[in-house]
Design a protein around this ligand. Sequence first.
Ligand SMILES: NC(=O)c1ccc[n+]([C@@H]2O[C@H](COP(=O)([O-])OP(=O)(O)OC[C@H]3O[C@@H](n4cnc5c(N)ncnc54)[C@H](O)[C@@H]3O)[C@@H](O)[C@H]2O)c1
Length: 315
Amino acid sequence: MEFQNVSVVGLGTMGHGIAQTLALAGANIRVFDTNHKFLEELHHRISGNLSVMMDAGAIPQVDESEVLKRIVCCKNESEALKGAEFVIEAIVEDLELKKAFFQRCETIVSADTILASNTSSFPMTEISQLLSRPERAINTHWFNPPHVIPVVEVIPGEKTTQQTVDQVVRFLKELGKHPVRIHQELPGFVLNRLQIALFREMLDLVGRGVISAEDLDIAVRGSLGLRWAAVGPMRVGDFGGWDVLTKVYEVLASQIRSDTKLPEALADLQLQGKLGLKTGAGFFEFPDEDYERVVAEKDRKFMAWAKVLREHYES
Ligand SMILES: NC(=O)c1ccc[n+]([C@@H]2O[C@H](COP(=O)([O-])OP(=O)(O)OC[C@H]3O[C@@H](n4cnc5c(N)ncnc54)[C@H](O)[C@@H]3O)[C@@H](O)[C@H]2O)c1
């Protein structure tokens, strides 16, 4: 493997799944989280994930204890960073905390250790501002759940070298991921920009009663979602014909929502405290007693589709 010894710091929603992915691929991992509960529960949590993934056929049968043996939980940060060739930071989304973390990293790891952040919003150029060797700092933006979703956006900072980018892309491929290179550090990188552009229109349409939330999900899954998953949206354009799309674009571009105001449907949800699964309701109802079942079902669906995609990408 490109890197055999990896440190993962921050073991919440993202970090634990990233550590799992690395260990499953055969890397030796040292991990740390300031919340000791996450450290104590890590092996149990990953063991549960692995069982669900094996049951779903998302990964081949593996000896869980062999995978877990490769993950060493450390009592402090410096112990976790010792000997790392690659560091992945998945701590809370706080710029100052991230900057300080990587500064401390530089005093512990070797000069050529790659320093990767999983930040959703901060440019690596900013996070690595105070580093003496920012050329090895890079953003690898994984998607939740990171042990299931194949794509990772790779966004270099202004000073990141091409060699760093190439090494990271090779490494992510070795982990079974599908890294995509992002060539400019734009807010939201690429995929969150697309997601918000679509959410703006979808929330507007649902808010105005043009379509119900239920029907919108049915419609997107059975049309855009299916075509995008199967061949990708740019090929959908090629297959459909850009002459046709140009005409549709010219008619619709001025009709769809383009302002920056929060869509009313979203503002209403906030007011009602309907923030989705975590509060028991969003557009849909999630009774407390269904929580575990709903999460497991969602994860099983993600895994089933990720499996289809993997076979498809690989064929
Ligand atoms: N949740 C998502 O969907 C998602 C997706 C992509 C990227 N991200 C990004 O990944 C990062 C982590 O997000 P998350 O959702 O896993 O957050 P989370 O709150 O679930 O986990 C963060 C963890 O970091 C720990 N932590 C905080 N400060 C620390 C420090 N100094 N040292 C060690 N551990 C520390 C916390 O105890 C917590 O366990 C953020 O930058 C976030 O923006 C999140």
